[in-house]
Write a protein that binds this ligand. Sequence first.
Ligand SMILES: Nc1ncnc2c1ncn2[C@@H]1O[C@H](COP(=O)(O)OP(=O)(O)OP(=O)(O)O)[C@@H](O)[C@H]1O
Length: 244
Amino acid sequence: MTDAVLDVRGLTRAFGGLTVVDDVSFAVPAGRALGVVGPNGAGKTTLLTLLDGGLTPGAGRVELAGRDVTRVSAARRCRLGIGRTYQTPRPFVGMTVFENVLVGAVHGAGLRTSQAHDAAGDALVRTGLADRANTPAGDLRLLDRKRLELARALACRPTLLLLDEIAGGLTDAELPELIGIVREVRDGGTAVIWIEHIVHALVSVVDEMLCLASGAVIALGDPADVLADARVREVYLGSSVEGL
Ligand SMILES: Nc1ncnc2c1ncn2[C@@H]1O[C@H](COP(=O)(O)OP(=O)(O)OP(=O)(O)O)[C@@H](O)[C@H]1O
């Protein structure tokens, strides 16, 4: 047991004969952000899904604030403080922004009505969406859809926030706004794990970086050191990763 918000030891998962997450270990303390990089198919999203409880590992252990949650369901992990955004946000397009976030607070975090309203309102303010609260989610432009995805996760009042390519598709002009929100969440004491292909966005926020290749950790530590690592550069050869 450690004082980390998240402590992962030896996490392993195979699909059929293919091991897609292979003996992965790391820890993230409160108020720190870990960036996760790696080529397509490296196992990044699968790793996140092992952390949020959507998948169970074949081996290894996941501890949240010192508690073993390896076999705990996704719904329960959400109530214990794990919030997540998805690569492809699927908001309820016919519902307003506020209603979408409220659903996260009620069904995700299991908050009662008045608490859920407070949490949803707070999440909209933190993500800069308060003035769009009554807009149908289907009318939002991409940056606001990303904000909504973050707000939905924040309404669960997470101690651990998992971000799956939240910056994908944004313009260079839009990125700083999203980065600023993530930085404030981290500075507010939440542990953050952020998978992102736009490496310069990651580097501006994260305290540590982890590179996965074929499911295994090939580098972990200071972001500049990880990006300079010969093995990391080798797995990215020929790919078009922004900022590497
Ligand atoms: N449910 C599944 N069943 C079988 N194979 C799967 C399943 N989910 C993922 N995989 C395989 O596991 C490997 C890792 O996939 P994963 O989506 O975790 O990679 P990734 O690093 O997130 O990739 P990307 O950067 O393209 O999103 C891939 O080979 C993928 O095809």
